[in-house]
Design a protein around this ligand. Structure first.
Ligand SMILES: [Zn+2]
Length: 56
């Protein structure tokens, strides 16, 4: 039996079949999963830049 669901990737809007036990993790498709750490890094950089500008 397969407990999988169809989840829309938040990054590229493509529909992925995600096993139910993976739903707790942020489900991404393969390419986006590989890119995710870089996205998070970029977001962190943007946030720290914004904070720097605010305090300047
Ligand atoms: Zn994706």
């Amino acid at each position: 039996m397969s407990d999988s669901m169809h989840i829309v990737c938040p990054h590229c809007q493509s529909i992925n079949r995600v096993p139910a036990n993976k739903l707790a993790e942020k489900p991404n498709c393969g390419p986006c999963k590989m890119m995710a750490p870089q996205f998070e890094q970029a977001a962190t950089l943007l946030i720290s830049c914004a904070i720097l500008e605010e305090s300047a």
